[in-house]
Design a protein around this ligand. Structure first.
Ligand code: HEM
Length: 191
């Protein structure tokens, strides 16, 4: 007897199913297994996530004036740097909420940025990942205000965003020019 005939006969004998029904059930079981196992984290990923969570939480350190470009380095990708996020130009240390803002977290896209516009609009669009809040409606600004209150209450403010810093010399004096955030834009200041 050919192996295939032997196989189909055995399937029928031991399961009472026709070979078609048997293989259909087998395929469905395989698909179900794949779908269900896909809902769980693989062992290697689990170890990576666990290691990620083992980072040391440090006391917030005051940063002072920080440019938007400088802030980008504090997105949690370097475990030795604090995790920072800004609202309305004010920078907060959100390291304690690494599960939200750290790499792989649901709100990681806000880390290292002023996310005012995205928060006001409740948006995850990359174009809204900015501190520019021009043109927002009163209700959107109110949403943003609520976020700001939440952050003020929960996190330590560690600095503020300034425009690009330029260093120039005038009559042997070193002068640092920067721009300060004044609500919805930047204004020039000198020190
Ligand atoms: C389906 C929609 C959403 C659900 C179910 C959801 C759910 C949650 C939950 C359960 C938390 C944790 C709250 C806590 O423990 O304090 C949270 C936090 C947060 N959500 Fe959402 N969220 C949603 C949409 C959004 C959107 C659209 C935004 C903004 C664009 C957003 C921004 C945030 C932020 C920034 C936090 C962290 C706040 C903190 O640092 O304490 N969420 N969200």
């Amino acid at each position: 007897m050919a192996p295939w005939d032997l196989l189909t006969e055995s399937i029928n004998k031991y399961t009472g199913l026709s070979p078609t029904a048997f293989f259909t059930i087998l395929a469905l079981m395989f698909v179900t297994y794949k779908v269900v196992s896909g809902m769980f984290v693989a062992a290697n990923d689990y170890t990576a996530v666990k290691r990620e969570n083992e980072f040391v939480l440090r006391e917030p350190v005051q940063m002072g004036d920080v440019t938007e470009a400088e802030l980008r380095a504090y997105d949690g990708s370097d475990p030795n740097k604090p995790l920072l996020m800004a609202i309305k130009g004010q920078i907060y240390d959100v390291s304690r909420s690494r599960m939200f803002y750290g790499p792989g977290g649901p709100y990681a896209l806000f880390a290292g940025r002023d996310a005012s516009r995205a928060l006001a609009l409740m948006s995850f669009e990359p174009k809204d990942l900015t501190g520019n809040i021009e043109g927002l409606s009163a209700s959107e600004l109110e949403v943003l205000q609520d976020w700001e209150y939440k952050f003020m209450e929960k996190y330590v403010k560690v600095g503020q965003i300034v425009g690009e810093k330029t260093v120039s010399t005038k009559e042997n004096e070193v002068e640092i020019q920067s721009t300060e955030h004044d609500g919805d834009g930047f204004k020039e200041t000198e020190s």
